[in-house]
Design a binder for this molecule. Sequence first.
Ligand SMILES: Cc1cc2nc3c(=O)[nH]c(=O)nc-3n(C[C@H](O)[C@H](O)[C@H](O)COP(=O)(O)OP(=O)(O)OC[C@H]3O[C@@H](n4cnc5c(N)ncnc54)[C@H](O)[C@@H]3O)c2cc1C
Length: 567
Amino acid sequence: MTRSCEVAIVGSGFAGSLLARVLAVLGYDVMLIERGTHPRFAIGESTTPLANLSLERLAVRYGLSDCYQLATHGRWLTHFPELRRGLKRGFTYYRHHPGERFADRGAESERLLVAASPDDALSDTHWMRADVDHHFVRQAEAAGVEYLDGTALTSVELGPGPARLSGRREGRAIAIEAGFVIDASGPGGFLARQLALPSGLDRTHTRSALVFSHFDDARLMADEMSTLPAGPYPDDWAAVHHLIDEGWMYSLRFDEGTTSAGFLLTPRGLASIGEASAGDPTLLWRALLDRYPTIGRLFTDAPPTMPIGFVPRVQHRLTRGVGARWALMPHAYAFVDPLFSTGIAWGLRAVERLALAFEQAADGDRRPDARTLARYDAALGAEADQIDLVVAGAYEAVAHFDLFAAQAMLYFATVSFAEASQRLGGADGAAWKGFLGVGDTVLGPVPRESLERLRRITRGEGSAGAPAERAAFGEWIAAAIAPRNVAGLADPARHNMYPVDLDVLVDRHALLGLTREQLVRGLPALRGLGPEPTFVPPVTRANERRTGVATQVGAPLPERAPATNLP
Ligand SMILES: Cc1cc2nc3c(=O)[nH]c(=O)nc-3n(C[C@H](O)[C@H](O)[C@H](O)COP(=O)(O)OP(=O)(O)OC[C@H]3O[C@@H](n4cnc5c(N)ncnc54)[C@H](O)[C@@H]3O)c2cc1C
């Protein structure tokens, strides 16, 4: 079997299938090649406002109404109740200490809540990836993408002409000639191995191991710690982070009761908990629950829905993200750590960028030009570095809750400023804006300096530093983010409880380069109260024959397949 197409996309996670679908809408002849089958388990579930903004922009630009509907919890429930999801109102953090129950010290508790949405309807979501990725694959097929699952690619030949991919499907050899190859196959991906792309891991700082699963019947922190003062949203309907001496734990609750949870452990943390138990992830999981009694109470009676898994190192990084006829999606290029949930937003931003690159080429060369590819490559490298610096700083800051709360302000100031400016400034140019402050002359350099300052305090050994050092760090962060602080962050009077505060935003209109009146006029857009957009696919010469294709959604999902997107 020899097939040919204009674009071959390897890997059908949400990034691969969404890009495949957009390119089909633009009139490209696209093949989407997956080694497994859907639905399949995948990790990486918690979305953020920037991720959902990207989804909305893709929806409007390419006529993908489901992407708009899946961008808030309220619209999702109305339009796609059959796709499993969780309500995510914000980011919740607790600092635990070995052998001690989490201490309720009222407003002085080691607890940080940052709201990401003003109410449930407009809220972000956790994606049950088995359902969501499968949905996007079906939508890609409905848009005209040729989808080949169960396909094991074994080689790629790249020369001056079309790329030639070879492999096996259903026991038969398969060869595909493609004008361009996009690798969306995640860590240790297809092109990284085939082209022996050099690793760039040695330029990064973050290192963590992962022990994880999905669980039934996990208890709520709100029940366990019922006397804590009320926060800006219910603590558990969020991306919940439990900070511990050895690293941190994520806990993401789905509406139907499942909880996705995992510990990320530093090399020192893993050694202290007993590296030996890593050979048996269940023992490692239990050792962590035993060491932290409050987390233990949440999960002791929560059976895993699949075997507890262990990944000795989640980080990977390459030194090159493009060639003349190929490009990598972010997750194939680099991964840092789930702290701050950057993966989905970064992946969707890349879908937007490559979609624009192909859109520009649609009536010409039908391949992104060298200049655009170089720009894409440079963005990948700078953004991977920036994510690493912000996360590595946060790992240092785990040494003391005050340090962590201050470092977290850097992340939240960066993303809330980006969100406000993108919502108020319209879609133009947003896709190519630097992710996580890259290219911002104010915020861009802060993560590197922050990491250096934190290392001086912790001496790189997890020392909590002196009270004066911690206070000085907090003051430095507050001053560093002040020119972009549209959300009233780093304010001691808030006691680490940050609601969505539109009054502060209006007061700080000048930081966004707007008058008070301009900002007030933009508030409906910020609150998601604008009129529902219309969804009309763009018309290019080649896609005329494709417009009007009926979509098929909501087909019943078969049982989960035991595949994963982990390395
Ligand atoms: C522990 C953990 C928690 C995370 N939590 C979050 C979070 O809360 N929020 C967030 O935003 N991000 C999170 N991430 C990151 C997130 O997982 C990724 O950003 C996301 O999965 C990227 O999606 P993708 O579609 O690019 O690739 P993937 O989801 O990795 O999908 C790759 C696809 O390619 C297929 N494939 C692989 N190799 C081949 C091949 N050779 N041929 C054909 N097909 C192939 C795979 O089967 C898979 O279907 C987390 C990551 C980890 C490790």
